[in-house]
Every structure is written in structure tokens, then in C-alpha cells.
Design a protein around this ligand. Structure first.
Ligand code: ATP
Length: 414
């Protein structure tokens, strides 16, 4: 089964608002086995909306619409939908009562514009919006289904999660969908594709494979679609396990797990405390680690040692090392690990120092040169990265590469 998404709003076209609704809907529909075959955005004018509906229904008999339901004058979607479905607007008392209750609780006055908002196409099944005033609408005739939702992302998600997804899943009787996700780091998608090509060549037609590259990481996603749910699930697990074992230590998890969760689990299972000493990442590795609930069980803290004085004073990096090798060097990050372990009172530490850019490089150490060290009291391993000139991208990449180095160290894979 497939569907089309139509998002309405001038602000989506002039770039003031990024269309996050369409992205979210695409993901959630994909999860329930509905393929989105077209997404389009149109302005707030009647003619824009009619053209958008024509175009969307040309592609699919199921169209999801967001935006244009509020009480403001540019919100004319309901009128256009009534016209489009040869219907008329009728006053919906339940919605008005809900709005009265909603405003009473907040001590606010209901305006005439809110009353006007309660006129709905007669054929529509109204879906209560628990997060706002404009309800969702389900309009169905012999050949078409239209689900209209508010534009405000939290309200749209509420309407979808409360009712929309269940009703759409009920329509989709022809297929089941299951995913198997393999999370990798430290290997590019081309290399992955080469390593697993023989397994991919054997995949049956109802199992599809996708590479979803992120920063310094790639998700390999297997998707099974079809009617024999049990068979598909066991085939998926079998192919997924083959790919996982073929990719070996490049795999840090299966499912929606993150690298920082994997690192946390490994540290906790081994009873180890970890900490970070960060120069160019400015605490971003610590931030990633502490984004996980319960991280206080294994993460103790971070020293953000941006300036050389801080590297010397807090991490006891010898002045000689900084003078001879520079702040961005293997010797410096080794010394940062050695300093961080006793000062933070941890068993294992990550240290990074680099030139994040966009300026500040030299011929020997161009912008994007990053050194990472990971180690404990017995052993330290280091890596040099040569990245490009985009500061934020360099920081994000270094965070992932550092966490992955720590993961491999904790797994004793390096
Ligand atoms: P309102 O009651 O505010 O008029 P509405 O259902 O009519 O709600 P819009 O007026 O289209 O929705 O948009 C309301 C808010 O939601 C705006 O801040 C808008 O930027 C945001 N929004 C609308 N559509 C999208 C979208 N597709 N993706 C992300 N945000 C959106």
C-alpha cells in the first residue's frame, strides 16, 4: 500500500519553517509498511491546495495533509476540502465544547475565530486533538482516503499516534513489514557493500537492503514486506545475523541502539569508570555520553582543556611535549589520557586534540587534523584523523570516532 503526503503553508515554501512533518510521517508510515510515493508542499491559497490535492491523489488513493486547520484567516484547508469532496461545512458541537473546556482551563476567552474553526466537512470523521484546538479529519469516499491534521508538529504527531496510525494500519491488510537494523561505525558504505555482496545477492525479493549513512557511521537496514509474517521475521533474523557476523567488530549494535549506549553498557558490565579530556570537541564527547539516562553509573566527568595552560595545569601535560610536538599531536593526547585518569578518578579515558577549522592549520598539520587517544593505566591506543574544513562536521565526526575507539578498546578488539 502506498500514500502521498501534502504539507500546506507558505512558510514551508519560503524557508521560514523546515518541513519536519513530512519527514516524521514518512518514517512512521514506513514503519507500518506504507510506502510514501510522493511528498509535496503547497502555499495557503485555495488554488495551491486544490492543485496539491489533485497532484497527490493522482499518485495515491491515500493522502495525508498537514497544516491550515487553525483559527487564523490563512487557514482555509477545511473549506477547500469540503469543496473538493463535494461536501458542505457543518457546525461540530463536540469540537466547540472541547475548545470551550480547553480555554476555560487556561483562563482564556474563546473568540469568534475559534467558533468558526468548529465548522467541519459533513463527511469527515473528527479526530480529537488532545494537544490543541484544531481536530484532525478523516474523509473517505469510494476511492479515496484523506487524513487532514494540524500543522503544529506536536499536534500532528498526537493525532497520528492516537488514531491515524491505527486506522491506516487497518487499511493496509496486504502486507506486514519488519526491519532489522545493523549499526556500524568506522567503515564506509562502499566497503560494507563489498564485504556483504554475496549475502545481498541471495536476498529473496521480499527483503530489501538499504544503507543509511550517518556521521562516521552507517546503518544497514533490512526490510521484509509481505503476507507471511512469521516466515519473513525468521528470514530477516537469519540474513541479519549473517551480515552482522560478516562485518565483525565494525558492528556496534543491532536495532535502534546508539554508540554511546553501547559504550555505557560495556563500561557498566566491566565495572569501569570513564572520563574525557577534550580540546577541540569542547565537551561534546561528554555531552554524548551523558545524554544516556543512567550514565552516572559509569561516567565521572570531563576536563575541557582548550588552552595549553589548561592542558598543563589540569591535565599535567608536560610543557616539553607541547613545545616539541605541539598541542595537536599523538604525544599530547597520550599525555592527556595519563593526566585525566588520576585527576578524574577513572579507569579509562578518552582524549582529543585537533584543528577543527575552518582556519588555523599548517602544511604539517592541515585543518581537520585530529588526534584521539583512549586508554587505561596499562595501555593507550591512538588514532589520527584527517578531516576537512567544516568545523561542526569535524567535531561531530570526532565525537563518533572517539566513542568508537573507546568501544573497541573496551571490547578488547584493538
Ligand atoms: P494554527 O492553529 O497555528 O493555525 P494549523 O494547523 O493551521 O495551526 P499552520 O498554521 O499551518 O497549522 O502551522 C502552525 C505551526 O506549525 C507554524 O509554526 C508552522 O510553522 C508549523 N508547521 C506547519 N506545518 C509544518 C510542517 N510541515 N513541518 C513543521 N512545522 C510545521
Amino acid at each position: 500500500m502506498n500514500a502521498a503526503i501534502l504539507t500546506i503553508g507558505d512558510e514551508l515554501l519560503n524557508g521560514q519553517t523546515i518541513d519536519t512533518n513530512a519527514a516524521w510521517l514518512g518514517r512512521r508510515l514506513n514503519d507500518i509498511g506504507i510506502t510514501v510515493i510522493c511528498k509535496l508542499s503547497v502555499g495557503d491559497q485555495r488554488s495551491d491546495i486544490i492543485a496539491g490535492l489533485d497532484s497527490a491523489f493522482n499518485q495515491s488513493s491515500i493522502v495525508l495533509v498537514t497544516g491550515g486547520l487553525g483559527p487564523t484567516h490563512d487557514d482555509i484547508t477545511k473549506k477547500v476540502l469540503a469543496e473538493y469532496f463535494n461536501d458542505e461545512l457543518v457546525f461540530h458541537q463536540d469540537t466547540y465544547d472541547r475548545i470551550l473546556g480547553y480555554f476555560e482551563k487556561r483562563g482564556r476567552q474563546v473568540t469568534e475565530a475559534h467558533r468558526a474553526q468548529c465548522f467541519m466537512p459533513q463527511k469527515a470523521r473528527i479526530i480529537t486533538n488532545k494537544k490543541g484546538t484544531a481536530p484532525g479529519m478523516w474523509i473517505q469516499d469510494d476511492s479515496r482516503v484523506l487524513l487532514s491534521m494540524p500543522g503544529v508538529p506536536s499536534e500532528m504527531k498526537g493525532v497520528m499516534e492516537d488514531v491515524g496510525l491505527v486506522r491506516l494500519r487497518d487499511l493496509n491488510t496486504d502486507s506486514h513489514v519488519t526491519h532489522y537494523i545493523i549499526q556500524t561505525a568506522g567503515i564506509g558504505e562502499t566497503m560494507i557493500a563489498e564485504r556483504i555482496s554475496d549475502i545481498v545477492n541471495q536476498l529473496p525479493p521480499d527483503i530489501a537492503l538499504a544503507y543509511l549513512p550517518g556521521i562516521a557511521s552507517v546503518k544497514v537496514r533490512l526490510t521484509a514486506k509481505g503476507q507471511k509474517a512469521d516466515w519473513l521475521r525468521s528470514a530477516l533474523v537469519s540474513y541479519g545475523s549473517q551480515i552482522t557476523s560478516r562485518l565483525g567488530t565494525k558492528v556496534f549494535g543491532v536495532g535502534e541502539t546508539t554508540l554511546q549506549e553501547t559504550v555505557g553498557r560495556l563500561a557498566q558490565n566491566r565495572g569501569l569508570l570513564i572520563g574525557t579530556a577534550e580540546s577541540c570537541t569542547g565537551g561534546s564527547i561528554a555531552r554524548a555520553l551523558t545524554s544516556i539516562a543512567g550514565s552516572s553509573a559509569y561516567f565521572k566527568g570531563s576536563i575541557v582543556a582548550y588552552a595549553n595552560e589548561v592542558k598543563m595545569q589540569l591535565l599535567k601535560v608536560p610543557k616539553d611535549i607541547l613545545n616539541h610536538h605541539g598541542a595537536v599531536s599523538e604525544e599530547t593526547v597520550r599525555s592527556m589520557v595519563q593526566g585525566a585518569i588520576p585527576r578524574l578518578g577513572v579507569d579509562t579515558a578518552i582524549a582529543v586534540s585537533g584543528i577543527a577549522g575552518p582556519s588555523g592549520g599548517s602544511p604539517q598539520k592541515p585543518v581537520g587534523t585530529i588526534w584521539i587517544a583512549v586508554g587505561d593505566r596499562q595501555r593507550i591506543v591512538t588514532r589520527r584523523l584527517q578531516l576537512a574544513k567544516d568545523r561542526q562536521l569535524n567535531i561531530d565526526y570526532t565525537v563518533v570516532a572517539s566513542l568508537d575507539l573507546l568501544r573497541l578498546f573496551l571490547e578488547k578488539a584493538i
